[in-house]
Design a protein around this ligand. Sequence first.
Ligand code: HDE
Length: 718
Amino acid sequence: MASSAPISTGLEKLQKTLDGTVEGVKVADLRRDTKDYHDPKNRLTTDYGVKQNNTDDWLKVATEDKTGPMLMEDHAAREKINRFDHERIPERVVHARGSGAFGTFKLHKSLEQYTSAGVLTDTTRSTPTFLRFSTVLGSAGSADTVRDVRGFAIKHYTPEGNWDVVGNNIPVFFIQDAIKFPDVIHAGKPEPHNAVPQAQTAHNNFWDFQFQHTEATHMFMWTQSDRAIPRSYRMMQGFGVNTYTLSNAKGERFFVKFIWTPHLGVHSFVWDEALKLAGQDPDFHRRDLWEAIENKAYPRWDFGVQIIPEGDEDKFEFDILDATKVWPEDLVPIQYVGELELNRNPDEYFTQTEQVAFCTGHVVPGIGFSDDPLLQGRNFSYQDTQLSRLGINFQELPINRPVCPVMNNNRDGGMRHTITKGTVNYWPNRFDAAPPAAVEEQPYIDYPQKVAGMKARLRSKKFREHFNQAQLFYNSLSLPEQMHVQFALGFELDHCEDPIVYERMSQRLADIDINLAKNVAELVGAKIPEQQGRPNHGKKAPGLSQTEFPGKTPTIETRRIAIIIADGYDAAAYNGIVAAAKACSALPYTIAPRRTPIYAAGESKESGKGVKPDHHLEGMRGTMFDSVFVPGGADSIATLRQNGRALHWVREAFAHLKAIGAVGEAVDFVRDACELEGMAFSTSDEVTDSYGVVTAAKVKPTSFKETVKMAKGAADFV
Ligand code: HDE
């Protein structure tokens, strides 16, 4: 229950009392407002605290035999319905669907050369954070696995105030100037006449806009790549996207971009999986994040910065303040200096994940803005949008309030909580109360930037080049990634019924790559472009293809392995793979034709033993797993051969490029299910890997370790 000690004065004490950790500061702060629903002392009460004996029947005039009219007098009933009627607040106009988690940011290497910010210079600190992932276009109830950009918004609760970075999993954006945001979002959201489609860019309006608004070209290439269908929130990069600034104690200023790279590597679905999962498990990413944290498999990211000294601003062929451009890593390398870990699920979705309010304007001393025209506009929009979502006192909500002292003359407004004692509420005042901080007290000091120019609706010259980096991105992808882009564009433009849209877009692709344009045009039935539009410069850059991020050390940690068995399965093989998977921190799930116990070869029903499967073959789908393993056992395999769903599990896993393992009698079963006549399969106790299908015809204990090891490399769990 709430303690009355104000966090602002108890910071030191809390740091010591809570496990000696600094992240305890925000957790402790939240405890002030946290009640435990499961406390046995709890009784149902009204909102004003009066215990209630019956909240199931409205007070009415009735008899044992006959019901009668209900009474308005029943305040408790009216309160209950009244509260329910107003449960919803406006969902976010973008990024409505999200999932959040608490974490810790630790700095390994001080950036004091560039900034005076404590959070980026003090390597002894653990900074508490809250991170919210999201999709952009869908409503709050839409599916997780749609093709879309993912939000990656972090709130750092620092002793100098909150620092928010409201980023995405793609390093660039569709527009250069914030004033275009309503246009790009209207074009992507459901069309205005019939509100179709939900959470999709596969429609006329989106692609109409992409063609006419050429600065979006680079970004739409990213959204058509595998980056827009991540396997997990835990397996994608985060980018601050905009150009921020850092300033150091000497008063020097630097331009900076923020980047987070996941330890588990960057991995994606194949499109067919993502489409199916949207129906089979719309909460796939939300569940995945939740379960990983509950299982203590804490997701981690390396935190990095790209830095350009102020004097070098004009040395690049692109404008470094243009959010439709990356800073190629061969020109501006990433310096990794810290680590972010997510290690605690929220206690309640609404008060934490829904009410969290990020603002790009929330920066701390040592961190500032640049003249990036997207960022400047965002600084207005986020504060503004919180007013309609949460009201003027949104910063007082537990999830949003800082862990350091707050005092000023902002007062009142709807739902004000803070009670400020005192006889004045202005500065200057005759008591000298709450004066501005002196320079020695490290207040926020705005960098004295010299500016000159005309007052005009202008964009500088470099902002008008829109194709070089779209080519750079496409050129840098691996062949399979390029094919995925082709198919994605083929899918999206197939959903555009208006010929002007798919005809023009097919021509536009020739400005990037003629083969891409030809293949897509053919797929979608457009006129086939004959020659390259703008010449392709042929350049590539590091860090753009996600194949460069297999993971800090490639791992199958937290990957879901379906082990399919039926009665008569080979117990040694089954137990072997379960143990080997667990030893690698993967998650083995037993799947069988039914969820009642399944008996191994030689094991009788009467033995009372058997394995109770986690799921039956119809209860889940192969799409929900990263890998499939089938142990042998003649009777088990004979049963599975007769089961269409079992065949489909294996065949679909192969089509989705997943690692498949089979031993003993299961080797033939897998070969037949995948129609892999002629491919190399093991016929001995040697383990063979053929296109990600890892087999051993005879089983020896080391086979399982070998299988798991090969599966790691084989399909790489793309
Ligand atoms: Fe946002 N964006 N945005 N955005 N954005 C919002 O703020 C906006 C942009 C991003 O989990 C809104 O609190 C404008 C870029 C994320 O709560 C709103 C422009 C990037 C989230 C808003 C942009 C983002 C938002 C809606 C163009 C990546 C979810 C609800 C200048 C760097 C944060 C809210 C969360 C949310 C405005 C462009 C990321 C309306 C005007 C670029 C991750 O204020």
